[in-house]
Design a protein around this ligand. Structure first.
Ligand SMILES: NC(=O)c1ccc[n+]([C@@H]2O[C@H](COP(=O)([O-])OP(=O)(O)OC[C@H]3O[C@@H](n4cnc5c(N)ncnc54)[C@H](OP(=O)(O)O)[C@@H]3O)[C@@H](O)[C@H]2O)c1
Length: 345
């Protein structure tokens, strides 16, 4: 299997390249800077690296770089700035497209704008194949499926702890934190009207303070679940740190968190589904080192699109993949997930 990694020279891209090699797949490293791409290939001990130099302002060159691959994983962010030409090139080349965005406006733009073009090209476009995008969407699907009555609301919470963020993440968060927060209410995407609240973190006695954030699930979950309300929240302690970022501050951060910081970091995506009678089910998925997890998730997502197929068009993770099967694969790599009934409120 040959998988193009656009943005392979970056931190996340290099982890995706390493994960592709670990899985026995052939990475095709695509980007604007040959020297940086070759350095990543050398660090991954690839003997005969497939390197393709193509710039974002040359869609034909990008499409040519993707032409002899099976799928494209795009890791070059901020996606609001650099993402769209890569989607267009993947569609022009007729190759499945996946990316590691966490930027809500970009995600929604791609999901709504490129559905028909992706269908016409016969490919799947699955944005946000990350540690929050995929587990958040899949665990929400499984959690809602356990309700006995129709769902009234889904809350998804990103409970990652502070620390271990890359410069690329900081750049992207600085770009999105200035946007107003969005939630799905009465079956429409509207400005958030909820304020800070708390959720119960698995295994913790004290409730966690959380603040509204338009996580990918706010846009992806309504695509496969008939639910009137989807809200996204993030641990307030982390949200405050992201809110303090701006483009200037982001540039002062190291390119990548060091290995010890990554190994000590934890992520957890929680979904709480409440039905029309007030019954509640919750589920969560989590692990260590969100960036390593993202690489594992992105590569497995690409493998499934290529080997197992998916409907053509823009897809939420739960539309592209069997939720339990995907999460069970992740459990085999050291991540955990669980769904449980909580209480009737
Ligand atoms: N959970 C999540 O939401 C999650 C998890 C992981 C990553 N991400 C996202 O993934 C993205 C990458 O993060 P990172 O830490 O890997 O960032 P990074 O190390 O800064 O890498 C950025 C990549 O984008 C490329 N790039 C930047 N500007 C470009 C341009 N004008 N033309 C072509 N390529 C360009 C860079 O190429 P050069 O080397 O040539 O500069 C590099 O390969 C971020 O948006 C981050 O938020 C999200």
């Amino acid at each position: 299997m040959r998988i193009a990694v656009h943005g392979a020279s970056g931190f996340t891209g290099s982890l995706v390249v390493t994960e592709l090699v670990r899985r026995g797949f052939t990475p095709v490293l695509v980007g604007r800077d040959e020297t940086r791409l070759r350095a990543v290939a050398a660090r991954a001990a690839i003997l005969d690296p497939q390197i393709r130099v193509a710039r974002l302002d040359d869609i034909d060159a990008l499409a040519a770089a993707f032409a002899d691959t099976d799928a494209v994983i795009n890791t070059a962010g901020p996606f609001t700035r650099w993402g769209e030409p890569v989607v267009r090139a993947a569609i022009a080349a007729g190759r499945h497209y996946l990316d590691t965005t966490g930027e809500p406006a970009y995600l929604q733009h791609i999901l709504t704008t490129y559905d028909e073009p992706a269908k016409a090209a016969g490919i799947a476009v699955v944005p946000a194949v990350t540690d929050d995008g995929v587990p958040g969407d899949l665990i929400a699907a499984l959690t809602a499926a356990r309700l006995e009555a129709p769902p009234a609301q889904i809350v998804i919470a990103d409970l990652r702890r502070p620390g271990a963020a890359s410069r690329g993440t900081a750049r992207s968060m600085a770009a999105i934190m200035v946007d107003e927060q969005i939630e799905y209410r009465d079956r429409a995407w509207v400005s958030v009207h909820e304020s800070d609240t708390t959720v119960h973190e698995p295994g913790e006695a004290t409730p966690v303070a959380v603040s509204p954030l338009a996580l990918p699930g706010v846009y992806t979950i309504p695509r496969h679940l008939d639910v009137p309300v989807v809200r996204g929240v993030m641990r307030t302690e982390v949200g405050v740190l992201f809110a303090a970022l701006n483009a200037e501050v982001a540039e002062t951060l190291p390119e990548a968190p060091d290995a010890a910081e990554r190994a000590a970091s934890r992520w957890c995506m929680l979904a709480e589904a409440t039905d029309v009678n007030g019954a509640r089910v919750r589920g969560w998925a989590g692990g260590v080192d969100a960036y390593a997890s993202t690489a594992v998730i992105a590569v497995e997502a690409a493998r499934r699109l290529v080997a197992e197929g998916a409907p053509a068009g823009t897809l939420a993770p739960a539309q592209a993949f069997d939720a339990a099967s995907f999460l069970t694969y992740l459990a085999g790599t050291g991540m955990t997930w669980q769904v449980e009934e909580v209480a009737t409120v």
